[in-house]
Design a protein. Structure first.
Length: 171
């Protein structure tokens, strides 16, 4: 009986301690768009927040989240209000594909850069319209896709045929 009474008295103490731990973690979490010395941190809601790499095309360098699973690729950059400059998402497919992309539930205009098995740009769709249900297709099969802020392809003169390099870890 004494054990049960002890447990009943301790339950409120345990709940209060847990609440304080949760609020301490929340206050220590950086804002979703935090950028530290040009190294972008993954956003809240990311399927795989630890997966960060750098994609280099010519003079352009992008910190990216990696979308490898079906669910990660399906969500992509949906429901984001913004992404920092030189930040994006790197989609990885298990083989060459021709799957269309769309901008449903995507709130920011994007450049979509399709990359083949040989790590060369095979197609670019510039300034994809936010919220559009249009199917966006590459002219050629691709294995990877880089989604970045609209205007990035023009700003860095990214063209079909350009070599693409993936570096593991943030830039």
């Amino acid at each position: 009986m004494k054990r049960y009474l002890f447990l009943l008295l301790m339950l409120p103490v345990i709940f209060i301690a847990c609440e304080k731990m949760d609020s301490a973690v929340e206050s220590a979490t950086p804002p979703p768009d935090a950028v530290n010395d040009h190294v972008a941190t993954p956003f809240q809601g990311t399927m795989n927040p630890g997966a960060v790499a750098t994609i280099v095309i010519g003079e352009a360098s992008f910190s990216v989240e990696i979308a490898e699973s079906d669910e990660e690729r399906r969500l992509g950059l949906m429901n984001r209000e913004s992404i920092p400059p030189n930040y994006g998402m790197w989609f990885v497919f298990p083989e060459l594909v021709r799957e269309p992309f769309w901008m449903k539930d995507t709130q920011i205009p994007l450049d979509i850069i399709f990359v083949g098995d040989d790590m060369r740009v095979v197609d670019i769709i510039k300034n994809a319209t936010p919220g559009s249900d249009d199917l966006l297709k590459s002219k050629d099969p691709y294995r990877y896709v880089l989604e970045v802020n609209s205007g990035s392809a023009d700003r860095y003169d990214i063209e079909v045929g350009d070599a693409v390099e993936k570096r593991v870890g943030p830039k």
